[in-house]
Design a protein around this ligand. Structure first.
Ligand SMILES: Nc1ncnc2c1ncn2[C@@H]1O[C@H](COP(=O)(O)OP(=O)(O)OP(=O)(O)O)[C@@H](O)[C@H]1O
Length: 411
């Protein structure tokens, strides 16, 4: 159990950690996340006894790590720092063997019988044995990072602190390293790792600790911590949180800032990917965009989610009920311009079309001739005819310009 209590650290006259408290249970893999300069490295250094806090304690069980002699502390906590500058005079195996220092007697060189085997196991687990004889100066940055992890494993401590363990690793080694760290935690090691990639952190960690400006914003399961409001608070960024389609883990997508200076509301009716690009362009231009009704599972819906748009959702193939119809109508009434994408005029879209008829500024995208569309019967065809009679009909490539013109007219 690691118990951090009221930790204050001041560096260069600035408060870098401000009354940080947290408890981390044995065998947990905790991800430290937060923006640059939040204090993640500083917290790891304070927990690892590399840096003495100005106030507060770091208890390992009932002992304060800062009161332990350095050899004793090194048997409890191993640290993999962010900058792994090493003397080039050593080969890789010798660097890993340095992890055994806390177990070596100062008087007898043969006092660490388990050491050799431990070093070989650490080399093997980090897949560094292939270049174990090479000078540490002759390996790549990513390989060096794995060597330093191997050195920390050779230290055989119950606690492992990692500062950006995957920062210079290729995608394959990022995954392999985090899988290894996950296994270490499952075997009982307590791991705290600063990880920039929120999605990797969400996938591998049991808990996340979100730091910003030297204080903990939130802590708990990845689902609880990675919320859109927490991300805005900590990173000052727009982000959408969804589930990864394959792993099911929480998945964060950072959104581009709305760079455009356009003002006004646009409601978009689409479906089946017909308006995904338009949603992106309108949103990036600065317009407030709403969309729907869209069926769950629709690819336009996924885009709308990723862009964080106001979306009316219906069950796929279900008729649009009165409540949904009201929600669509409200958005069309609020919008300065409504856009109808190049959609099929099937039964699922009839209510959307009826709502669109109420729009005063309607832009209709027609990339296919009227005759080539699929209609759910003569009524549907008549309804669609009424809609295009009411709107400005444009090709897909002209739609953005048409929205701007309609916006000017409506203001
Ligand atoms: N020796 C120092 N003197 C003065 N300020 C420092 C010192 N070391 C760090 N800081 C400041 O403390 C703050 C926290 O730094 P820290 O390295 O802990 O952040 P971090 O969350 O790990 O950032 P990053 O994600 O960029 O690695 C930063 O604003 C940094 O500039």
């Amino acid at each position: 159990m690691i118990d951090v209590r009221d930790l204050d650290v001041r560096l260069g006259g600035m408060a870098v950690l401000d009354s940080v408290s947290t408890s981390i249970g044995e065998g947990r893999f905790v991800g430290l996340v937060g923006p640059n300069g939040a204090g993640k490295s500083t917290l790891l250094r304070a927990i690892g006894a590399v840096l003495k806090p100005d106030a507060g304690t770091v208890l390992l069980g009932d002992e304060d790590v800062h009161d332990l002699p350095s050899r004793a502390a090194s048997r409890r906590v191993a640290t993999v720092p962010q900058d792994t500058s090493l003397s080039f005079d050593f080969d890789v195996r010798e660097v890993v063997a340095m992890g055994r220092t806390p177990y070596r007697s100062r008087f007898r060189s043969s006092a660490d019988p388990a050491g050799e085997e431990t070093v070989e196991r650490a080399l093997s687990r980090t897949e560094t044995e292939a270049f174990a004889e090479r000078s540490i100066g002759a390996v790549s940055g990513g390989e060096r990072q794995r060597v330093v992890l191997a050195r920390a494993l050779a230290q055989e401590t119950p606690i492992l602190l990692l500062d950006e363990p995957t920062a210079s690793l290729d995608i394959n080694h990022q995954i392999r390293t985090l899988e290894l760290v996950r296994d270490l935690a499952d075997d009982g090691k307590t791991v705290i790792a600063a990880i920039h990639d929120l999605n990797l952190a969400a996938h591998y960690c049991d808990e996340l600790l979100l730091l910003s400006k030297g204080a903990i914003v939130d802590s708990g399961s990845p689902e609880d911590v990675l919320t859109e409001s927490n991300l805005t608070r900590a990173f000052d960024a727009r982000a959408v949180v969804s589930r990864h389609p394959v792993t099911g883990a929480v998945y964060v997508t950072a959104l581009p800032e709305r760079t455009g200076d356009r003002e006004g509301r646009v409601h978009v009716i689409g479906g089946g990917g017909t308006v995904s690009r338009l949603l992106y362009v309108l949103s990036a231009a600065g317009y407030e965009v709403s969309v729907g009704a869209l069926g769950t599972g629709d690819s336009d819906l996924e885009t709308a989610r990723l862009l964080g748009l106001d979306t009316v959702i219906v069950e796929p193939f279900a008729p649009i009920d009165a409540e949904t119809r009201t929600r669509v109508s409200e958005r069309i009434a609020r919008a300065d311009v409504t856009v109808l994408g190049d959609i099929e005029v099937g039964s699922g879209n009839l209510a959307n079309l009826e709502c669109a008829l109420a729009s005063d500024a309607l832009v209709v995208v027609e990339d296919r001739p009227f005759e080539e569309r699929n209609y759910a019967g003569a009524d549907a065809r008549a309804l669609y005819e009424a809609v295009i009679g009411r709107g400005t009909v444009v090709e897909g490539s002209e739609v953005f310009g048409a929205v701007e013109e309609a916006m000017d007219r409506s203001s």
